[in-house]
Design a protein around this ligand. Structure first.
Ligand SMILES: CSCC[C@H](NC=O)C(=O)N[C@@H](CO)C(=O)O
Length: 603
């Protein structure tokens, strides 16, 4: 029982760092301290990290630095509800803040980008009318109404804008509604005219990563996914109508991250069963070079990425299970140094990479942390949210807390997770919860077979979609789990759908094959609320009062059913949305969770 993990949890740390496109020695970071997650201006040369007094979201990217690092753009919402307006904050001493879209109703955001010439901001805003790509001046006085380029009612994410601001892209699904098999559609930012559309053969998907750094060059770096677990990198010119297939991988997954400021290289994150490393590829010759950096991870979904720095360097956003984010500048083989972050102990043992078979023989990957000694230990099986993301070897202070209290901790990249090809990711569509529970049961079996734990001492824990899996597992596999601990959980799909904004309803419709009006039986069949009377294990829940992704009403409905049965549970509310900005509050929850878990396993 050391206090070490507590300090590691609360010490100020970086959550993500962005590099400015044309001022690569400066950028924007999210700085976590005990009470909030705040935007900060960074100078990578001096190591200065200056707080801006602007809170940001702990869950999904909602802030972008201007190309010249003189300002940043962020979504200002209402108490974490992820609905609001993009504001600009200057990165000078005044930190002046202004609303960029004063004439618009509140919206959710699914992407933003600023042109390298610093003039143009594009936003992918979502209201109940649809997904709108809009374009506005990034500098000067905000315009009353931004230029509206396109509206679609089908999911559209992740907008990008060319260096000179004349071409914008949006990852669209109009060609394949109800899927996330994105196409990239390019628009003229002056007229909204479609300049080109990159659609890969079904079930392929394309995502725009960034435009060429050179004004006038309208080529876009594209991440591609194709059938048969193939992933690759393309360079697409929507104006000249050319496509260059730069590389393709079948064994691993390759994700392009950035285009170097001199235009010569792309930065790649290569992932093999969720283990990551960085490579640099020469765009003319296709020659690849693996960067000699410490083991760990270099990107996470939505928030953290590695990018090119100044002078041909790579700024690697590195972390591993027990060590917080460090920004490492890589210059050449054997020449790298830490610029920002870390906690001085990156050599502390991290997660073990483990693989075990599920019921159908599919290999499932997870990350394990366990106490020293031979065991068996009580254990926590953790389920990530998403579902279409995956957990890499990333800083997880909660894992250290569990281990310091004598628990093994196993986080599982269950079926539906990203990084294993489209078939693995899409296997849960129309069959929500089925394969995920098979894979979690396999994790349980593996912990017992390996002697790491014993059957009656394994708990299940997760957040968001992972919180859905916690409650669903407790109702469908009541014999397996000693207790359930959930954060921002989903207890009922139909109630969630009705209380959610369009941006979230489209996810449900993809998972179930349609809305509750046409697929209501499946929504009910796969909802934890339907099985609440089967639950045997005690439950601890932690829920945000302003959450628009897993809204409060459906959790209240679940809690009422537990009360009616007199079933042991605790439901704690925090003032916020879909993430904890407040690490102090998170820590208090974790303290409670560990005491609760000990009680459940008779410890
Ligand atoms: C319907 S599951 C709960 C929402 C989910 N949150 C975490 O798991 C979510 O926000 N999913 C987003 C982002 O991953 C999505 O649109 O996929």
């Amino acid at each position: 029982m050391t206090g070490d993990w507590r300090a590691g949890f609360l010490a100020p740390r970086l959550r993500w760092v962005q590099v400015a496109k044309t001022a690569r020695s400066r950028g924007l970071a999210a700085l976590q301290d005990e009470h909030r997650l705040e935007l900060a201006a960074c100078d990578f040369t001096t190591g200065e990290v200056r707080r801006l007094g602007v809170p940001t979201d702990g869950f999904i990217d909602s802030a972008w630095v201007a190309a010249d690092a003189t300002s940043a753009f962020f979504l200002a919402d209402e108490g974490g509800n992820e609905l609001g307006h993009v504001h600009r904050v200057t990165l000078d001493d005044t930190n002046a803040i202004g609303d960029m879209t004063p004439g618009l109703p509140d919206y959710a955001l699914r992407g933003a980008d600023v042109s390298a010439d610093g003039e143009t901001l594009v936003l992918d805003i979502v209201t109940d009318e649809g997904y709108d790509l809009v374009c506005l001046p990034a500098r000067g006085t905000p315009v009353a109404s931004p230029r509206h380029l396109v509206r679609t009612v089908h999911e559209a994410w992740n907008c990008r804008v060319s260096a000179d601001g004349t071409v914008a892209t949006l990852d669209t699904t109009d060609h394949a509604p109800g899927t996330r098999r994105f196409a990239v559609t390019a628009y003229d930012t002056a007229t909204g005219a479609v300049l080109g559309r990159l659609i890969l053969p079904s079930p392929g998907a394309a995502n725009a990563v960034c435009f060429s750094p050179h004004p006038g060059d309208q080529r876009v770096l594209i991440a591609s996914q194709r059938a048969g677990d193939r992933s690759g990198v393309l360079v697409w010119d929507p104006v000249g109508d050319t496509i260059v297939e730069l590389l393709e991988e079948t064994a691993a997954t390759v994700v392009p991250l950035d285009w170097s400021p001199d235009g010569r290289h792309a930065l790649l994150c290569v992932e093999l069963l969720s283990a990551q490393w960085l490579e640099r590829v020469d765009l003319r010759t296709g020659e690849r070079e693996r960067l000699d950096l410490p083991t760990g991870s270099f990107r996470s979904p939505y928030l953290r990425t590695s990018q090119f720095g100044a002078g041909g360097s790579v700024l690697a956003s590195h972390e591993h299970g027990m060590s917080p984010l460090r920004l490492i500048a890589w210059h050449a083989p054997s020449r790298h140094r830490v610029l920002l972050g870390g906690d001085g102990s990156p050599d502390r043992a991290g997660f073990e990479h483990v693989v075990f078979p599920s019921s159908d023989g599919t290999q499932i990957q997870g990350w394990l942390a366990r106490p020293t000694g031979t065991g068996p230990f009580p254990a926590v099986v953790h389920c990530h949210g998403g579902p279409h993301v995956s957990v890499a070897d990333e800083f997880t202070p909660a894992a250290r807390a569990w281990v310091d209290h004598g628990f093994a901790y196993l986080t599982v990249n269950y079926r539906g997770s990203s990084g294993r090809g489209r078939a693995f990711e899409e296997q849960i569509h129309g069959d929500v919860g089925h394969w995920e529970l098979e894979d979690l049961a396999a994790a349980h079996r593996w912990l017992v077979d390996e002697g790491i734990s014993v059957g009656g001492e394994i708990l299940i824990n997760g957040e968001s979609y992972g919180g859905f899996l916690v409650l669903y597992a407790l109702g469908r596999q009541p014999e397996l789990w000693a207790a359930g601990i959930g954060e921002v959980v989903l207890a009922d799909w139909e109630l969630t759908h009705h209380d959610s904004p369009l941006a979230m309803r489209r996810l449900d419709e993809m998972l179930f094959g349609g809305p509750p009006e046409t697929h209501g039986d499946l929504y009910r069949e796969r909802s934890p609320l339907t099985y609440v009377d089967e639950v045997r294990a005690p439950i601890l829940l932690w829920q945000g009062s302003n959450d628009t992704r897993t809204p409060p009403g459906q959790v209240v409905a679940y809690a009422e059913r537990l009360v009616a049965r007199n079933h042991p549970f605790e439901l704690h509310w925090f003032e916020g949305g879909h993430g904890f900005g407040d690490e102090g509050g998170h820590l208090a929850h974790l303290d409670r969770a560990i005491a609760f878990a000990r009680n459940a396993v008779g410890g």
